[in-house]
Design a protein around this ligand. Structure first.
Ligand SMILES: [Zn+2]
Length: 449
């Protein structure tokens, strides 16, 4: 069992939807129905706090039914949905209502919603907080979606005044436009080849991240609002974050599975399924991210699952290589975090017990779900993953349960496989000879405590 105290044998006593008790040995209450998982690893249901479900409005990109099936198959029992790419964007209470209506009866796992901070919606933030969003997300650079306007320092002032004292975190896409615009203009002036990954990488320099993070730290300190950096890619920002932590700022950081698994050196020209922002950087940067995770400077890992129809990646086999500047930015990887990270951890000699923090406890705290989700402990929901750490497999399209099967993880050789997923005391997924979703969608929205 993967418990807050580490790995060891255990009996988990479930009553109804909750964990009643955790016993440290084979000690089954009389009369209980026993499910014996032998030497397999039993972990808390995982929490992915960075997912673009895209429904309502762009269900042809992704939707509740498909996203939550992908989650269940990957041992993820709680998703937190990003406020953009859906229509309407979750930037006012009415839109949250539309989101709830869209989820109704479709979710295989539990979910929660982030609200959005956009230019001009400061007055909508407190009503959204009261209506139950887990926190707020903003962009400091164009989001890729015109309906989700990015914010500057003045907008952030207005938003932070509203959030001050609420305890809700402000999540930020931490890239600013200046360095990206300057680098892009220079590349265009030099006639750079936009089919090459190196051109795209050069267009999103590290400075865009470090400047954004410095700004967020400054404002977080001024207003004493918890700041969360989503999808940190550049290891060069780590010293800034360490300093801010030392000064007591409540700053948390996530990185994503793709930054920990892939490296720029391995990305082929035209392979736009790897396009995301900030970009996947070099192998040395990747190792620095692993070190920061090890030290606890990076708190958690998400997938930032942000898929699109394949046409938008411009991957047409009959045409020439697609241009990186014309493809949608977003990687499809929901449900793969556990085996991908475990494979990478084995190579680096990292102990499995760290996964409980990165994929369970830390995201639960961020989303206000600690004590209910993300741990195998008495009183928590009985959300469980049965994981075989030694199974080896190669990712094929048939293993992917999200809507579109275009993913940079196709062909990845992984160690470790999710065999079963349980949501609030009931099995919802089983991987035997084939994948089987059990029962019907009974996921519920989880509102911040
Ligand atoms: Zn995202």
């Amino acid at each position: 069992m993967l418990a807050p105290e580490g790995l060891g044998p255990a009996t988990i006593v479930v009553e109804g939807e909750r964990i009643a008790e955790v016993r440290n040995s084979m000690d089954v209450p009389s009369g209980a129905a026993l499910h014996d998982f032998g030497d397999l690893v039993l972990a808390p249901g995982l929490i992915d706090t960075h997912v673009h479900i895209n429904e309502p409005g762009r269900t042809e990109w992704e939707g509740f039914a498909t996203a939550t099936r992908a989650a269940a198959a990957g041992g993820v029992t709680t998703l937190v949905d990003m406020p953009l790419n859906c229509i309407p964007e979750t930037t006012e209470v009415k839109a949250l209502g539309a989101k709830r209506a869209a989820a109704n009866g479709q979710a295989w796992v539990d979910w929660a919603a982030w609200g959005g901070v956009v230019r001009g919606n400061a007055d909508a933030l407190q009503p959204l907080a009261k209506a139950g969003v887990a926190g707020f997300k903003c962009f400091l650079i164009h989001s890729g979606i015109d309906g989700f306007a990015w914010v500057d320092e003045r907008d952030l002032y207005l938003a932070m005044e509203q959030l001050r004292g609420s305890g809700l975190p402000l999540l930020a896409h931490a890239e600013v436009a200046g360095p990206v615009d300057a680098a892009t203009a220079k590349l265009k002036g030099n006639g750079a080849d936009w089919r090459k990954y190196s051109t795209y990488l050069a267009s999103r320099p590290d400075e865009a991240e470090t400047e954004a993070i410095a700004l967020l730290i400054r404002l977080g300190e001024k207003f004493n609002v918890p700041v969360h950096i989503v999808h940190l890619s550049s290891a060069r920002a780590l010293p800034l974050i360490a300093d801010a932590r030392d000064r007591g700022l409540p700053i948390t950081v996530e990185t994503c599975t793709h930054y920990l698994w892939f490296a720029a050196e391995e990305i082929a020209d035209g392979a736009t399924e790897f396009k995301c922002a900030p970009p996947i950087r070099g192998a040395a940067n990747r190792e620095a991210l692993w070190n920061a995770l090890g030290e606890g400077l990076i708190d958690m890992v998400t997938t930032d699952h942000s898929p699109c129809p394949p046409e938008m990646k411009r991957r047409d086999p009959n045409h020439e290589l697609p241009r990186w500047d014309q493809a949608w930015g977003g990687i499809a990887g929901l449900g793969l975090a556990l085996p991908v990270l475990w494979t990478a951890m084995r190579r680096r000699g990292v102990c499995m017990d760290r996964l409980g923090d990165w994929l369970g406890a830390a995201p639960a705290r961020l989303a206000g779900l600690a004590g209910r989700k993300g741990a195998l402990a008495a009183g928590c929901d009985a959300d469980l993953v049965v994981f075989d750490p030694d199974a080896t497999w190669t990712v094929e399209a048939s293993d992917l349960h999200f809507r579109h099967k275009l993913s940079p993880y196709l062909g990845a050789e992984l160690q470790g496989r999710v065999l079963e997923t349980w949501l609030r005391g009931e099995r919802i997924f089983r991987h035997g000879d084939q994948c089987e979703f059990v029962g019907s969608p009974r996921g519920k929205e989880q509102v911040r405590a």
